[in-house]
Design a protein around this ligand. Structure first.
Ligand code: FMN
Length: 208
């Protein structure tokens, strides 16, 4: 696949087969994360790789209840929601916990968060570590696509971050970006319709 084919092919896939991801491929795609730009040049990323559904189940145990709460209010607030967005939530919300368990390979991308606490930024640049961490995750997603893998991720909500950090024994000063399921797509994996964008309408020349 050339680079633009990879961009097209990278999609969020929440249905996985049983096929195992080898350590070799996993290492290759995690390596891609370290090629992303970083705010301080230091690339202070750490990855906790968790295999086995029982181990993963312990880490994602708060997800089902947190999602139920969100699902209720989220879909109630759906009146007037964009049709494609609504279809995505309808597919995604019931799968939040299952998708993290199903591939049997969960990656927790951690990053060093210096200075300001992540959720109390003083200004935009306080989020530089977070932004760098997400640039790294995007590299990882693209590399996974190039390797024929499928990925889905969940942003931690409520108590999920604390729960994960405690269980894996993350040192102080580290945060994690998301729960990232890595695997091979199930045969009948659902892929949501991607919102089509008229790019010409989004490019403003000299003035908005
Ligand atoms: C910042 C961010 C947060 C997201 N949070 C979640 C999430 O918590 N759960 C989930 O299933 N997908 C999540 N997604 C994936 C989006 O639903 C998905 O990227 C979007 O619907 C576009 O589909 P595509 O990735 O197939 O192009 C998130 C994506 C981003 C960029």
């Amino acid at each position: 696949m050339d680079f633009y084919q990879v961009l097209e092919k990278r999609r969020t896939i929440r249905d996985f087969s049983d096929r195992e991801v080898s350590d070799e491929v996993l290492e290759k795609i995690l390596g891609a994360a370290f090629k992303a730009p970083t705010n301080d040049h230091l690339r202070q990323f750490e990855f906790v790789v968790v295999r086995g559904r029982e181990n993963i189940a312990r880490l994602v145990s708060p997800v089902a209840e947190n999602t139920r709460n969100f699902q209720q209010t989220g879909l109630e607030a759906a009146v007037g929601m964009d049709e494609d967005e609504h279809a995505m939530f309808v597919d995604a919300l019931p799968k939040q916990q299952r998708m993290l368990l199903q591939s049997g390979c969960l990656v927790l991308p951690f990053f060093r968060q210096k200075d300001c606490p992540l959720c109390e930024p003083a200004d935009q640049s306080s989020l530089n570590y977070f932004a760098s961490a997400w640039a790294a995750v995007e590299n990882l997603l693209l590399a996974a696509t190039a390797e024929g893998l499928a990925c889905a991720f969940r942003i931690p909500v409520g108590n999920e971050s604390q729960h994960v950090k405690r269980l894996v024994g993350a040192p102080d000063g580290y945060e994690f970006t998301c729960f990232l399921a890595v695997g091979y797509a199930a045969e009948n994996a659902h892929i949501c319709k991607q919102k089509s964008i008229d790019i010409e309408q989004r490019i403003h020349r000299n003035l908005w």
